[in-house]
Every structure is written in structure tokens, then in C-alpha cells.
Write a protein that binds this ligand. Structure first.
Ligand SMILES: Cc1ncc(COP(=O)(O)O)c(C=O)c1O
Length: 420
């Protein structure tokens, strides 16, 4: 369990903290609920890959960079599926020349199949692969190409175990998942009838959803029960089923801490400037702060961290704002003692809006916003190089609540600096 006060006092802001015990529990929960192997999509968060190694069934690795991270952490290569739309020759050569224990590769196109075959042959390797079926975009191959590869593949070099299929993230329509299951089942049958090919394995990315915003209701348990029924239908075909999961595995385990660096008002509203921003925080579907994610605000006083909604601490909170000189007060309280604020980051773009129109007790410089559900994609998808702002620290929280910083602040000015 993450202790907010400890994070703020020991590490400061901006910081991400990931709760490792929560992720391990989540892996067990999803595996049990869906009765399938769980592969972790490393792109969602590369900072917890080592911590989950014992528990996770495998890793879906989509770039040479992700491979390098996992390999540097000594991750068991027998758990690595080397996926991703573009595998370049030098990267494939390096992996195949150096290692013969990588579990599997995916084939994303006819060219990539030829490349893999050529490099594997040159290195004297026999590898296992899945062919990625497209969902109608730049990823994977169409059914015709898939059949062509199966029919012309040199099994002595590449053993094709089955199919990979991922059609998008944040899928909450069980109808869509059932349709995808139907499509895979039909394909399994077609390949057997037309080519005498047995699909032994399906690696499917169901894009399991996370509900990020206040007011949203989602019965995950019931949804997963339905997903399981769809998956069971695929398994009835006698295939081994693995699920590629990113968001749903790690999102809820992460918190992002950012504190108020400045506040001001003008005729358009009250503005809070945080020491983070959209360079650090990405909520799927949350453009321009129009939807309110789950968050809390705390004020760290001399002896404790007080949640601004804690009615029992009103006196203490009021006392702490009494110290603010009148001319520096931002916004006017309504009859309920609340002020409407817009939360912004520190970037030079009007789009740097974290949340619009929140009603809060009076805020103060230094108050800390703690955003929930940021374990997936925030630290990897943000526009982190913009404005040469520093990258935040990252800490892991173990089951005893101990914090361990696994990335110190990184200065992006070093990355954005031309060198002559
Ligand atoms: C091929 C592939 N598999 C799995 C995932 C993980 O998706 P999610 O985070 O929705 O589980 C992605 C995400 O982009 C992906 O591209």
C-alpha cells in the first residue's frame, strides 16, 4: 500500500509510484478469471518488468529498445515474444546471433517474414513464430498473406506456432470481443481445411479496459466473465491461448504526484499550475481535461498529510490558508466554501490542461495532487521531451510500503541539446 505522505516527504514531486504487490495480485486475478496465460505488454510500463518476472507468463516486446531494457534486467528470454511492426535487420541480427533462447518472434508482413527467415538461416537458428493477423490497419498481414506465408514457409528455419491478433486498446464491448473470437475460430478452421495447418497457439490482445473517470460505472467482474466465455470458445479449438495485456494489468497500480507551483486568476477563471503536466500524465480519452479522473489533493503540514476533503481536519486546513496574504488569494469561495479551478501543467501550450473546472476547498502553493490509475502508459506515452522539462522520478512500493527510487530525475535538456 502506497503511503502518500512518505512519497511526498521522501521523494517529492513530480513522481510516479507503482505498487508492485498490487500488480502481482492483478496478474493472478486476471489469469484466474480468464483462465489463460498472461503476457505483459512492456510498452505499458517498463519499470516493473523485473518485479513481475516470477509471476508473469511472458512478455510482449515491441521494439529493440524494449528488448534491451528486458535483456539488461536479465529477464528470462524464454518468456520473450519479440513483436512489433518493424523489426530492422541489425536488431534481428543482433538478437539471433547472440541468443538462441528467445521464445518467439512475430511476423508482421511478407517482407518481415523473408527478413526473419534470411537472418535465422544465416545464423543457423531454428526459431518459433506467430503470424500477426491485421485488424485492418498497418499492423500484421491480411488473411491472403497469412495463408501464403504458411504455404511457403521453410519449417526448418521458422516453425509457425499460430497467430497473434491485437485490434485495439480500451475495448469494453463484449460484442466486439465475441466478434473477434468468431473471426479467430473461423480462421483456425479455414487454415486446417484449406492448408492442413494446425494453429497450436493464439496470442490475443483483448485490449481490456480501465475506467479512468469519475462517474463512470463498470462491473469488471461481470465483463471478465463474458470475456472468458468468448475465450473458452477459442480454446475449444484445441489451441493454447495467451493474452497480451498492458493497460489492465498495471494502470490501477500507479499514482502520479504533482504539486502546485503557481496559481492565478483572470476573467476566464482560476488557474493552478502544477509541476507536472500532459508531458507526464496520459489518460486515455481525456483530451483537454474535459473529463475528471480520480484524484485526491493533500496538504503536507508540519506533522501530517491532510486530505483536503477531510472534514475532520477543517480547522487545520482553514488555519493553513489564513497564513496566505489577502492579495495572493486566488478565486472566491462559493456558499459551500468551494472554488472552481483549472489544473494545468508547466508546458508552453494551451493544451496542457490536466483537469478543467474542479471544485475544491481553497488550494495553496505546494498542495499535492495525486492522480490515480496512472500505472499504464503515462510514463511511456507522455510528450516528455517538450519544453525540455525534466522527466519525473519513478519509485516502486513493495508490500511493506517501502519505497525504492528506480529512476532519478532525468534532464531532457541533455537530450534536446545539439552537440557540435
Ligand atoms: C500488439 C499489442 N499488444 C498488446 C497491447 C496492449 O494493449 P492494452 O494496453 O490495451 O492491454 C498493445 C498496445 O498497444 C499492442 O500494440
Amino acid at each position: 500500500m502506497i503511503d502518500n505522505e512518505k512519497v511526498i516527504r521522501e521523494i517529492g514531486t513530480p513522481t510516479y509510484v507503482y505498487d508492485v504487490a498490487a500488480i502481482l495480485d492483478r496478474i493472478k486475478y486476471l489469469r484466474g478469471k480468464l483462465d489463460a496465460d498472461i503476457l505483459y505488454a512492456v510498452k505499458a510500463n517498463s519499470f516493473i518488468v523485473k518485479e513481475i518476472e516470477e509471476e508473469i507468463d511472458g512478455y510482449e516486446i515491441c521494439s529493440k529498445g524494449e528488448f534491451d531494457i528486458c535483456n539488461s534486467l536479465d529477464i528470462n528470454r524464454g518468456k520473450m515474444v519479440i513483436s512489433g511492426v518493424h523489426k530492422d535487420r541489425p536488431s534481428i541480427e543482433e538478437m539471433l546471433e547472440s541468443y538462441d533462447d528467445i521464445r518467439k518472434y512475430t511476423i508482421e508482413s511478407l517482407n518481415q517474414w523473408e527478413l526473419l527467415t534470411d537472418v535465422a538461416k544465416n545464423c543457423g537458428r531454428h526459431i518459433h513464430a506467430l503470424i500477426r493477423l491485421t485488424s485492418g490497419n498497418q499492423f500484421g498481414v491480411c488473411e491472403e498473406d497469412l495463408k501464403y506465408i504458411i504455404a511457403h514457409n521453410d519449417e526448418a528455419v521458422i516453425e509457425i506456432d499460430g497467430i497473434e491478433y491485437f485490434s485495439g486498446t480500451q475495448k469494453h464491448s463484449i460484442k466486439k470481443i465475441n466478434k473477434e473470437a468468431d473471426k479467430l475460430i473461423t480462421l483456425i478452421d479455414t487454415l486446417r481445411v484449406e492448408l492442413g495447418f494446425t494453429v497450436r497457439e493464439i496470442e490475443y490482445g483483448p485490449g481490456l479496459p480501465i475506467f479512468y473517470y469519475q462517474g463512470e460505472e463498470f462491473d469488471e467482474e461481470a465483463f471478465l466473465d463474458e470475456v472468458k466465455l468468448a475465450l473458452d470458445r477459442i480454446k475449444e479449438k484445441g489451441v493454447k491461448l495467451s493474452l497480451e495485456v498492458g493497460r489492465s494489468l498495471v494502470a490501477t497500480s500507479g499514482r502520479y504526484y504533482t504539486s502546485i507551483g503557481d496559481m492565478k486568476s483572470n476573467k476566464n477563471g482560476n488557474f493552478v499550475i502544477l509541476d507536472g503536466g500532459i508531458n507526464h500524465l496520459v489518460y486515455y480519452g481525456g483530451t483537454l481535461g474535459m473529463r475528471i479522473p480520480h484524484f485526491q489533493v493533500v496538504r503536507v503540514t508540519e506533522d501530517e498529510a491532510v486530505n483536503l476533503n477531510d472534514e475532520k481536519k477543517i480547522e487545520k486546513l482553514n488555519k493553513s490558508v489564513d497564513e496566505i496574504p489577502k492579495e495572493l488569494l486566488v478565486g472566491t469561495e462559493d456558499e459551500n466554501g468551494l472554488i472552481t479551478y483549472n489544473l494545468h501543467g508547466s508546458l508552453c501550450t494551451v493544451n496542457d490542461i490536466l483537469v478543467k473546472n474542479i471544485n475544491s476547498r481553497r488550494l495553496k502553493l505546494g498542495d499535492v495532487f495525486i492522480f490515480e490509475n496512472v500505472g499504464a502508459y503515462s510514463s511511456t506515452e507522455g510528450i516528455s521531451l517538450f519544453l525540455s522539462r525534466d522527466l519525473p522520478k519513478i519509485a516502486l512500493c513493495d508490500k511493506e510500503g517501502n519505497l525504492r527510487v528506480v529512476r532519478e530525475v532525468i534532464k531532457t535538456s541533455n537530450i534536446n541539446l545539439p552537440r557540435y
